[in-house]
Design a protein around this ligand. Structure first.
Ligand code: ACM
Length: 545
């Protein structure tokens, strides 16, 4: 039995009926879809990022054209939503209208079928591309969404106008079986040092989704600004939200705007992780409510770049009431499982007070149904194993202690994964206190083996934080994030044996049509052999070369 017929035997009834109808109409003298002679394709050399786990090449390519329709599981709204997402993206990118679940009795279509297939993992999917159909199988709509990104990456940015009287986009034939290595593949935006409004964050989410990333951590509070409305403590944004590094006006998300972001992320199967950094990095909170710092002084707004000078009063019950309100309000707006409590660089908090503080805040987070995450310093505190430690410092003592306690570790080592580290000594933006991180260095490390203190089983995933001290516009943000973010997406998804810089960089250059279309101001590192975007197809095609 071929892979395809085995697949079809598991397809649900409505889709089977549809396939059968298509077949019957093909046998009768009814009008048929035009037969197209398509060029040879090579799915195995497609420029997919992240690289899929298994790809098998087949000669029969699929012609995407105005005879194509998307069919999704009947009665499964989430699958229909994914089908509509694909249709909208094709409309935007190829300017081609593809109906979703059209009435099959009136027109004849080549179908892209989103088929629910029990027994697969949460994000696992399989794509079978042949000349008359594309079958995308997954257990969940989330899995279908990941597979849809693969499909989007396979559609050339330009049509082939020599095959028919109308434009045809040739999708290479074959099968892909794919699933992620890590369940957490994230990015972080620091919207506190400089504020970025929701349109900027939405663009970042669009790009993360295209590369199958699934968590966006928002660093919402710091010394220089408080960026999320808390209705029970309004001065946090009325006062604390009005500043940023360099003395510009700052800004904040209303709860409505934050909800809009959470929903936008959710539509892309990305989970927002909110961070309220404490007990340090809290100057903006104490400017708004001076009792919080416990030293009897009203601090001045801070617009510089130093760290480690602020702390909350760890012995005041009203401070914990404040934290309870903040965690309660943000948790109610956040459907995801995690709440990040920061906990880094609390140099103004005595060690014993730091431990006392973290031990009091962790249960507050749990009370509102969230799993606490903290920067690796929280690993020094005796905590239950359900707390996640985010590894960032070169000194491994904290993370080793966290791993000993059975805590899960999120891998963001600053020397490799900090997007705010400059590419090199002539980079326009960024810092270099941890390292210069050129594009190849960002890619050529393994979260799995980076630290002998962290066993593979303890690793939750990979996150690339982008601190914003030196950047204040989306173009500057993009200069630091791209192309490096794509490498982190691959480190999180693709198994180590499938990763190679030489292979990756040739897939990376083929992303430039996408970068161009989204106007992504990426850094054209000399270490990558960039080419003119218009001459690139997402897969190699020997006949057209
Ligand atoms: C950090 O970079 N302070 C987590």
């Amino acid at each position: 039995m071929s892979i395809l017929s085995r697949r079809i035997s598991k397809v649900s009834l409505p889709i089977l009926l549809f396939l059968a109808l298509g077949f019957l109409s093909g046998c009768s003298r009814e009008p048929k879809l035009p037969e197209l002679v398509l060029p040879e394709t090579d799915l195995a050399s497609a420029a997919l990022i992240p690289k899929p786990v298994r790809v098998v090449n087949k000669p029969a390519a699929f012609p995407l054209d105005h005879h194509t329709a998307i069919f999704t599981e009947m009665g499964r709204d989430a699958f229909t939503g994914v089908g509509l997402f694909l249709s909208q993206e094709i409309q935007k990118t190829q300017n081609l209208a593809i109906p979703v679940n059209p009435d099959s009795s009136t027109d004849l279509f080549r179908g892209i079928y989103l088929i629910q297939t029990p027994g697969m993992e949460q994000e696992q999917y399989e794509l079978a591309i042949s000349s008359d159909s594309i079958l995308l199988r997954s257990a969940t709509a989330e899995g279908a969404f990941r597979g849809v990104q693969t499909l989007r990456q396979l559609i050339p940015h330009i049509s082939n106008d020599t095959l028919a009287e109308y434009p045809v986009w040739v999708i290479p034939g074959g099968t892909i079986q794919d699933e992620p290595t890590f369940e957490y593949r994230g990015g972080m935006l620091d919207v506190a040092r400089h504020f970025f409004d929701i349109s900027d964050v939405k663009k970042y989410l669009d790009i993360m989704a295209y590369y199958k990333m699934n968590y966006l951590h928002l660093h919402l509070t710091d010394d220089q600004g408080w960026r999320i409305e808390i209705t029970s403590w309004p001065k946090l944004t009325e006062i604390g939200g009005q500043t940023e590094v360099g003395g510009e006006a700052g800004g904040y998300y209303t709860q409505e705007a934050y909800k809009e972001l959470v929903a936008y992320a959710g539509d892309r199967y990305i989970t927002i992780v909110p961070e309220v950094d404490m007990p340090g990095h809290t100057n903006a909170a104490s400017v708004s409510y001076p009792f919080l710092n416990g030293n009897g002084k009203t601090p001045k707004p801070y617009t510089g770049m130093r760290v480690g000078f602020s702390t909350l009063d760890t012995r005041k019950d009203t401070v914990y009431q404040f934290i309870d309100d903040v965690v309660r309000e943000i948790s109610a707006l956040t459907p995801g499982p995690y709440f990040h409590i920061g906990g880094d660089e609390s140099h103004a908090t005595p060690k014993a007070e730091y431990e006392y503080f973290i031990k009091r805040v962790v249960p507050i987070v749990r009370k509102y149904g969230k799993i606490p995450i903290g920067w690796d310093e929280v690993g020094t505190v005796s905590l239950d194993a359900d707390v996640v430690a985010q590894y960032w410092q070169q000194d491994k003592a904290n993370v080793a202690r966290a791993a000993e306690q059975g805590m899960k570790i999120l891998m963001s080592p600053a020397k490799k994964a900090y997007l705010d580290m400059s590419y090199d000594s002539i980079s326009k933006f960024g810092l270099h206190w941890a390292a210069y991180i050129p594009v190849d260095s960002a890619y050529t490390w393994s979260p799995e083996t980076y630290s002998s203190e962290i066993p593979r089983a303890a690793i939750l995933g990979v996150e690339a934080p982008l601190w914003s001290e030196t950047i204040s516009t989306i173009a500057e943000l993009e200069y630091l994030a791209f192309p490096r973010l794509l490498g982190y997406a691959e480190l999180g998804w693709t198994p180590p044996a499938e990763r190679s810089w030489e292979d990756y960089k040739m897939r990376l250059i083929r992303q430039t049509p996408y970068f161009k279309r989204l106007d992504i101001q990426f850094y054209p590192s000399q270490r990558v052999p960039w080419m003119e975007a218009d001459s690139l197809l997402p897969w190699h095609n020997n006949r057209t070369k």
